[in-house]
Design a protein around this ligand. Structure first.
Ligand SMILES: C[S@@+](CC[C@H](N)C(=O)[O-])C[C@H]1O[C@@H](n2cnc3c(N)ncnc32)[C@H](O)[C@@H]1O
Length: 266
């Protein structure tokens, strides 16, 4: 058989951590039609390669940590963001709160060229003040300039991100502001609108990440809204999953909506 074989070192574009080793794979180019058996072998190799390079691979231990109550949903979310975000990216924190997620995102996008941007949104002025003061304590003035804060509803996120900015992450941490007024929470209607907006502006290879607190009134309904939205996304373009503890009903659920880099043919 006429077959050209090449050994490639694949560096997925979503990966920014140079300390991790990338597996090498054999890629074969065939000049003749191949048998069904060879085709199956090839597509299995492709499937394995895409699994190896998926942002969820490499965080297995952290997911086990979450299952055994050793890692918080937010910590696992941050580790997965790290595998998606590249220096210089544009990302959105759709619920800034006290700014911990904003800060984590800033550390991931900031580079010397000053290209990265974090658009932070919260309906409460107090939350944005809290985010700004956390940034003041934690980052340089130059880094802080990469963060743009907006006191608006996240359903309006399209209005604040410049049109040609490739958004790679939109993150939600739903519920109420810790230490704030517990009556002010995210709500299903606007969360649904915000998810639709996020879907429109996210680039292929991007991620919509949600940590959903279900212990407050309306929290469970909101999780159902998120699940219904995720269930409606096409399999060829999205990989959607949820991590939730069944016997810890008040523990937050982690919902991840990965937009495929390349649409999968069915
Ligand atoms: C659980 S807190 C976020 C915690 C935050 N990510 C952190 O790291 O501290 C949820 C936040 O969502 C905000 N929020 C509620 N409804 C919103 C809306 N429609 N648009 C934007 N933010 C909203 C609340 O004011 C609150 O600060």
């Amino acid at each position: 058989m006429n077959c050209l074989s090449r050994r490639l070192i694949l560096k997925p574009p979503f990966h920014s951590n140079p300390t991790l080793n990338f597996p090498s794979v054999n890629v074969s180019f065939y000049s003749k039609p191949i048998s069904i058996h060879q085709k199956r072998k090839l597509s299995a190799n492709t499937a394995i390669t895409s699994l190896i390079h998926h942002p969820l691979s490499g965080v297995e231990e952290d997911l086990v940590g979450y299952v055994f109550g050793k890692k918080k949903a937010t910590e696992v979310a941050h580790l997965i963001w790290k595998r998606v975000i590249q220096n210089g990216d544009t990302v959105i924190d759709a619920t800034c709160g006290n700014g911990y997620d904003t800060l984590a995102m800033l550390k991931m996008v900031a580079d010397k060229s000053g290209r990265g941007r974090v658009y932070g949104i919260d309906i409460q002025g107090d939350a944005l003040k809290s985010t700004a003061s956390l940034l003041d304590e934690s980052v340089t003035l130059k880094e802080k300039e990469l963060v743009k804060l907006f006191s608006i509803c996240h359903s309006r996120m399209e209005e604040i991100v410049p049109e040609n900015s490739p958004v790679r992450l939109v993150a939600f941490n739903l519920g109420y502001l810790p230490g704030g007024d517990k009556r002010i929470t995210t709500v299903s209607e606007t969360t649904q609108l915000a998810l639709e907006a996020a879907k429109k502006i996210l680039i292929p290879g991007g991620l919509i990440s949600l940590v959903v607190y279900v212990g407050h009134p309306g929290g469970m309904e909101e999780l159902e809204t998120v699940e219904a939205f995720a269930s409606g996304l096409s399999v060829s373009n999205w990989i959607c999953c949820k991590f939730q503890m069944l016997n810890r009903p008040l523990a937050p659920a982690l919902v991840l909506l990965f937009k495929r880099e390349v649409a999968e043919t069915q």
